[in-house]
Design a protein around this ligand. Structure first.
Ligand code: TYD
Length: 135
């Protein structure tokens, strides 16, 4: 896996509890245009199952844990998100599956662009064709 990477986030936790902050174009390599979160995930389900042409994202398990499987068209790698102090940067043209959500997990997603369905690639064969065409 080439450009996907862990990003350690500034942790200002003290005796009162935890505090982590994230600033666009500082701790992460993109400006933040959209924020969403996954929560109340049903047992045994998977989310994702798509890639984005241009969108960059940072995924953080702010509570609980989940696995993220990333595939850049060449290699597939599993990441275990289990701490609010570390995020997973997901570059464009990366197929992702989100699975193994522990009960009560909240996954925060910071995104570089507004929601745009035309940026999605939802068919895996089309994803592979696009990655090969761009190589
Ligand atoms: P989707 O991205 O397919 O979810 P996941 O990757 O977690 O399985 O989005 C599910 C639905 O929500 C789909 O109809 C698009 C819509 N949606 C928005 O309208 N805005 C958003 O910012 C996101 C992430 C999804």
């Amino acid at each position: 896996m080439s450009a996907a990477t862990w990003i350690d986030l500034p942790d200002r936790s003290d005796e009162r509890g935890g505090l982590v902050f994230i600033e666009g174009c500082r701790q992460i390599p993109f400006g933040i245009e959209r924020v969403y979160y996954l929560y109340d995930t049903r047992d045994g389900i998977a989310r994702g199952g798509h890639a984005h042409k241009e969108l960059e994202q940072l995924l953080v398990a702010v509570s609980g844990r989940l696995d993220v499987v990333l595939d850049d068209g060449i290699a597939r790698q599993r990441y275990s998100l289990c701490t609010p102090t570390r995020g997973l940067y997901v570059p464009p043209m990366t197929w992702r599956e989100l699975e193994c959500f522990a009960p009560g997990t909240v996954c925060l997603v910071l995104a570089s662009r507004y929601y745009d369905e035309s940026d999605y690639i939802r068919d895996y064969d089309a994803f592979l064709e696009t990655t090969r065409a761009r190589a």
